[in-house]
Write a protein that binds this ligand. Structure first.
Ligand code: ADP
Ligand code: MG
Length: 401
């Protein structure tokens, strides 16, 4: 990965001389674990360009991350397995501290030589981390000559290692992952309305209200699929059968539809559905060729006519943002809409950004990841950035919207 273009307000890593310096890199190694093993190492791989750059420059590398939501010290949420994976990927030895901070860590850092790597234990083992505690922030800062934030996935959190310590380290920079995310998402936010298509889906309207509102002020077309489409259809008086709709948000959906109308946004809802009799992977797919569903069926995917409609809108787009699968793509009978949208975006000439953990996974499973302009790995952080919210992890780097 090459270094992305310069943003005046984001200090970049490749402008710094790191040789012999203690470089504290906050990464996002909040990886999925199963029985003490890392099940998906994408987040670790995503940090490699930054970590390798520091090592090539002769830094004394200190790596910090959180993992999960421990209440105090929890051996099940140790970063040791992630450290082993990283050691394998870097083909280097990693010294694993058994605590995130303390006398032991101070001594390990003092003894660190150029090109050596120390990985701190899960920063959330310290309760001050999530409280953005001043003392802990200063303790982390005392370990570092340079603070590098490459934890985009945690950039929406004001915690000691993602934000607080930034005030106490003079030299700081965004890692390559953070820089690439900021660049791509900024470009997305700056895109012109003409030819801007956003596709939203996923499980719940309630997770996405802020994004929908934001997008209604930006896009030419807003295509809605996934379970949240049914709440919108219910708001329009369609029969949604046995689909799970968020009754508490039918009114929200109604007002979002009104906003779309007022702003002249082309809001597109499913016109047909892939349905099942039960919420079950083995339940056979029944295509319902109507926006209305029969009472005994529930919607698990967009139907073929909806997919064709979405494909047409995407084909001519200049900018595409996608968040949220079109159906229960985890079940093959209901993956058609999601994989179809993934392929349509990959096949378009648009500048395309896909965000959201499940959506990015769907793009990977559809085998089209390399044809998407930017896969945003930040999950909640990507959405908050797109919503226009404050990003404490970026603010601490001196970045301003
Ligand atoms: P992302 O992680 O990309 O932001 P979400 O977490 O919002 O996406 O939504 C992903 C989940 O939505 C998937 O697990 C998928 O199974 C679920 N989903 C999508 N459509 C439906 C549907 N019609 N019924 C039930 N679940 C759905
Ligand atoms: Mg998700």
């Amino acid at each position: 990965m090459s270094a992305p273009a310069r943003k005046s307000t984001l200090p970049l890593l490749d402008t710094l001389d790191l040789g012999g310096k203690r470089v504290f890199v906050r990464v996002d190694f909040n990886v999925p674990m199963h029985e003490g093993r890392v099940v998906d190492d994408s987040r670790i791989r995503a940090a490699l360009p930054t970590l390798e750059h520091c090592l090539n420059q002769g830094a004394k590398l200190i790596i910090a991350s959180h993992l999960g939501r421990p209440k105090g010290i929890d051996p099940n949420l140790s970063l040791a397995p992630a450290g082993e994976v990283l050691a394998g990927l870097l083909r280097r030895e990693i010294i694993l501290a058994d605590e995130p901070i303390g006398d032991g860590v101070t001594k390990l850092v003092r003894d660190l030589r150029e090109g050596q790597i120390l990985m701190l234990e899960n920063v959330r083992f310290q309760e001050g981390e999530e409280k953005n505690d001043e003392t802990l922030s200063r303790q982390f800062a005392a370990l570092a000559d340079v603070w590098v934030n490459d934890a985009f996935g945690a950039a929406h959190r004001a915690h000691a290692s993602t934000s607080g310590m930034g005030q106490h380290v003079k030299v700081k920079a965004a890692g390559f992952l953070v820089a690439a995310e900021v660049e791509a998402l900024t470009r997305l936010l700056a895109a012109q309305k003409v030819g801007y298509v956003t596709v939203l889906g996923g499980a719940k309207v309630s997770d996405k209200i802020a994004v929908i509102e934001k997008m209604l002020g930006k896009v030419e077309s807003l295509l809605i699929g996934g379970a949240m489409a049914y709440t919108f259809l219910a708001a329009m008086g369609k029969s949604t059968g046995s689909s799970r709709i968020e009754t508490a948000h039918v009114e929200t959906a109604r007002s979002l539809i009104a906003t779309a109308l007022k702003r002249g946004v082309d809001l597109v809802l499913p016109v047909d559905h892939g349905c099942a009799a039960k919420f079950d992977a083995a339940s056979p797919r029944v295509n319902v060729d109507s926006p209305d569903m029969p009472t005994e069926l529930l919607g698990l995917d967009i139907g073929p006519r909806t997919l064709a409609l979405f494909e047409r809108k995407i084909a001519t787009a200049k900018t595409v943002f996608w968040n949220g699968p079109m159906g229960v793509f985890e079940w093959s009978a209901y993956a058609t809409g999601t994989f179809g949208v993934a392929r349509a975006i990959a096949g378009s000439n648009a500048f395309s950004v896909v965000g959201g953990g499940d959506s990015v996974r769907a793009v990977n499973e559809a085998g089209v990841a390399s044809s998407i302009s930017h896969l945003s790995t930040g999950g909640g952080a990507s959405l908050e950035f797109v919503e226009g919210r404050e990003m404490p992890g970026l603010y601490a780097l001196g970045w301003r919207r």
